[in-house]
Design a protein around this ligand. Sequence first.
Ligand code: UD1
Length: 373
Amino acid sequence: MKMIDLIAGARPNFMKIAPIIEALKTSDKIRYRLIHTGQHYDRNMSGNFFEELGIPEPDVNLQVGSGTQAEQTAGIMVGYEKVLLKERSALCLVVGDVTSTMACAITAQKLCVPVAHVEGGIRSGDWIMPEEINRLATDAVTNLFFTTSEFANENLRKAGVGTDRIFFVGNTMIDTLIKQLPRLKRPRLCDEAGLVSGQYLVLTLHRPANVDEPEKLRAMLDAIMSGSRLDRVVWPVHPRSRKVLDGLKNVKMDRLILCDPLSYLEFNYLVRDARGVITDSGGITEETTVMGVPCMTMRDTTERPETVQMGTNELVGTDPAKLQPYLDRLLAGEWKKGNIPPFWDGKAAARIVMVLEQWLVDRASAVGCPTLP
Ligand code: UD1
C-alpha cells in the first residue's frame, strides 16, 4: 500500500478533504496520513468541522497558529519538512488555496514528493489576494491537477500544463454539501432572533481588502443595512473581521445579527433558508449555486466564474454603492435561477481516488523527482 499525506489547515479545507478521506476508506491500494497544520485552531474554526463531517483525528498537528503570511508559511514548511524527513510519503495531496496548501506543496516537491492539487487551476487574476499567490505558487509545483471547472482546465492548458496531468473530476466541497444536506441543523439563533425562512439575508465578510480598513467595513455595512430594507441580516463573524468590528463605533445594529462563526451544518441550514447571501468568500458561491440561493459577491474578481455564468452568483464589486440595484432585484423576487456546473454531483472524491490509485500504483515510481515540464 502507498501512503499519501492529506493536508488540511484552515476552515475551507475541511469540507474539501472529508469526502476524500471517506473515499480512501475503501481503497486497498492507498492509505493516508492526515496532517493538520493548525493554521485555524479555534473550536468554531476547526474542531467543530472535524466532528460534524466525521473527519478522524489528525495523525500530525503542526500547530502553527496565528501569524503573518510569512510566519505561517515558514512555520508550516519547517514543521512539515520534519514530518517528511521522518517518514516520507508517496504523494502530498493539498486542497484549495490557503497558506497551508502552498506551504506544504512547496515543501513536498522540494523533497521530491509529488504533489496533487485538488481545486487546481482556478485564477482570479488579482494578486492582492493572498489566495491568488497561493494558487500560482502551488500550481507551479503540482504534478496532478484535480479540477472543478472547464475554466480551471483552460487556465492550466494556457499555462502549458499537459492535458495528461489535468483531471476534471468535479468539486469535493460539493460532495460534502450533497452528503450533508439531509443533516443540516437549525441554529439556535433562528428561534432566538425570530428569523422567518426566506425573509433574512446571510452575510460573510473576511477578506483583508474588505475588512482590514475600518472605514471601508463601515461603508460596506451601511450599504448592506440600508439596501436590505426590512430584512434581518445575520453575520457569523470571522475572527479577522471581529477584531476590526469591535473597534467600530456607531454601526447600525437594529437589523444586524452578529454571531460567532457557525458550524458547517448550522451555517448551511441558515444559507439554505435565506432570501440571499452577501459574501466575499469563494467557496460559499459554490454552495449557494448548488442550493439555488441568490448570492452577491463583494469582490471585483472571482476565480469561480462558473458560479456567475451558470449559477446564482453575481459579482457586485467592492464599491458598496454598487450593491443597491442587486438588492432591489433580490427583494423584487427577480433573481436568476441558475444551473449546477458539470460534475458537481457528489462523486468528485471517488474520481480522485481512482486516478490516484492508477497514478501511484500503475504508473509512478514514487521515488525521485518526477519530471515537470
Ligand atoms: C484563511 C484563508 C482564506 C479562507 C479563510 C477562511 C489564507 C491566506 N487565507 O484566511 O483563504 O477563506 O481562512 O476562514 O490562508 N484566527 C482565530 N482563530 C482561528 C483562526 C484564525 O482567531 O481559529 C485569527 C487569526 O489569529 C488571524 C485571523 O483570524 O488574526 C485570520 O486568520 P488567518 O489564518 O491569518 O487567515 P484567514 O483570514 O482566516
